[in-house]
Design a protein around this ligand. Structure first.
Ligand SMILES: [Zn+2]
Length: 474
């Protein structure tokens, strides 16, 4: 099945052919096989290093949340109730209090924040944990919608809103940088609408990615929690002026969904295409043996392997053709072919998975250019993803145009909306498209300012200040 003709079937076929997962025995759960887990592990290391640079420390909180804690913040409780799993029976008896299996950890962490934070000297508190979470999923889709998924969740506490909001945006910028520079995935960073924000947050920021079928995927979240949780969990500190004040909080996450985005955005009909920094191997050496030269080729291959970090030397007894397919399917960025010719000329034949181009380089040139080649691959992936996103982002001025795009091309739609919840709900009901975000404008052009002064909501015709990003979504 081709990606173009039937994206979801192609996606599932590719995942199984590349040996990434098995389905778990409970619907909506998956087994991460070693190759998939290694991709996640590499992304984890990158994220972990970045947040540690910001001063964040790792912790671990228990998986069970007493229901009474989850109930404390009302919006939060209502938001999560439909998707939580609850333990009522354990240790051979009915439990006196139901235990929620962590859907997110605000409500188990924050009573401890109240205990740990007493003075402005205890702030900021910057913690993170790497865990699994459970959110019951009625229509699962591997990596993208799973009942159990892996993530990290950062939680911070600050003295004032300036500081907490700036942290929220710093995290968003970090995610954006990782998506673009490391994963090669273009998207729009922005703020969620009131209806789409995290239950219990003041505001939610997001990175929205367009998948090949024209549906959006939320790539991460960074929440400005304001003082909503600190007020219900009584988290106060004595400030420099001796007054007791509620702390300002943030929480943020990136999940194994990012693997889904990687597969979906970059893959082609030959299989995965992985960016070098998260690929389990950066390169694979495929030997092409003749009748008598195995030893020579192996020696040369081992020499090359030493020079390139994370290179796999595929010395199995399968044919070169089989190995080419096998590693293309798994998306290894670079293939190095070594046969008699390569040994004789001391020139290597390389094959780039991303653009399917062959190169011929001496051992010395390969060593000197390796970093550049990987950088070019990353840039090429981002360029392709950006082009696809722009080619499928449409500005519309009427509701008819809006609806037409959703029934024909699909993609991101930029449209003015009055920010009234009723219009948003009606649009969702009639078209299945939701507001994805209000993109953060890095350099507001003059044209946009002129346009935005006299614009009207595409649904109700009332005055609209901002052009929002809409799409159907996962
Ligand atoms: Zn309206």
């Amino acid at each position: 099945m081709t990606k173009e003709k039937n994206f979801s079937q192609w996606y599932l076929d590719t995942i199984f052919k590349a040996d990434l997962i098995d389905y778990g025995p409970v619907k909506g759960t998956i087994v991460f096989k070693p190759y998939a887990y290694r991709i996640w592990e590499k992304l984890q290391i990158i994220v972990d290093e970045e947040i540690k640079k910001l001063g964040v420390q790792n912790v671990y909180f228990p998986i069970f949340i007493p229901e009474s804690l989850l109930r404390k913040e009302k919006e939060h409780f209502q938001g999560f109730t439909p998707e939580v799993a609850v333990v009522t029976y354990a240790g051979g008896e009915e439990l006196q209090e139901k235990l929620v299996v962590r859907p997110t950890s605000e409500t188990i962490m924050y009573p401890y924040f109240a205990k740990w934070i007493k003075s402005y000297r205890d702030l900021p508190l910057l913690i993170n944990q790497w865990t699994n979470v459970i959110r019951w999923e009625k229509r699962p889709f591997p990596f993208i919608r799973n009942t159990e998924f892996l993530w990290h969740e950062g939680h911070t506490a600050h003295r004032d809103h300036n500081e907490s909001l700036s942290f929220v945006l710093k995290i968003l910028a970090m995610y954006e940088k990782i998506y673009q520079n490391i994963l090669g995935i273009y998207g729009f960073a922005g703020r969620k609408s009131e209806a789409e924000k995290f239950a219990g947050a003041l505001a939610t920021y997001t990175y929205e990615i367009l998948l090949p079928d024209g549906k959006a995927l939320q790539g991460c979240t960074s929440h400005d929690l304001g003082q909503n949780f600190s007020k219900v969990f009584e988290i106060r500190f004595q400030d420099k002026d001796k007054k007791l004040k509620y702390i300002w909080q943030t929480s943020w996450a990136i999940t194994t969904r990012a693997l889904g985005a990687l597969i979906a955005v970059h893959g082609d009909d030959r299989g995965l295409i992985l960016p070098p920094k998260v690929s389990p191997y950066q390169a694979v050496i495929v030997p092409i043996y003749g009748k008598t030269n195995k030893k020579k080729i192996d020696n040369f291959a081992q020499e090359i392997q030493k020079e390139i970090p994370e290179t796999y030397f595929d010395a199995t007894s399968k044919t070169p053709g089989y190995k080419f397919n096998f590693w293309e399917l798994r998306g290894i960025p670079l293939r190095i072919e070594i046969g008699e010719k390569e040994v004789q000329t001391k020139k290597l034949t390389l094959y780039r998975r991303d653009n399917q181009q062959r190169l011929s380089l001496t051992q010395e040139d390969l060593k000197n250019n390796l970093e550049n080649i990987f950088k070019e691959i990353e840039e090429n992936l981002l360029k392709k993803s950006k082009k696809f996103t722009f080619d499928h982002t449409f500005s519309v001025n009427s509701y008819n145009e809006f609806k037409k795009i959703l029934t024909t091309k699909r993609g991101f739609i930029k449209a003015f909306w009055c920010e009234n919840k009723k219009c948003e709900a009606k649009i969702k009901e009639e078209t299945k498209a939701t507001t994805r975000c209000l993109p953060i404008q890095k350099s507001r052009s003059k044209i946009q300012e002129v346009r935005s002064k006299k614009n009207k909501c595409i649904y109700c015709g009332r005055k609209a200040k901002n052009e929002w990003l809409f799409a159907q979504s996962y």
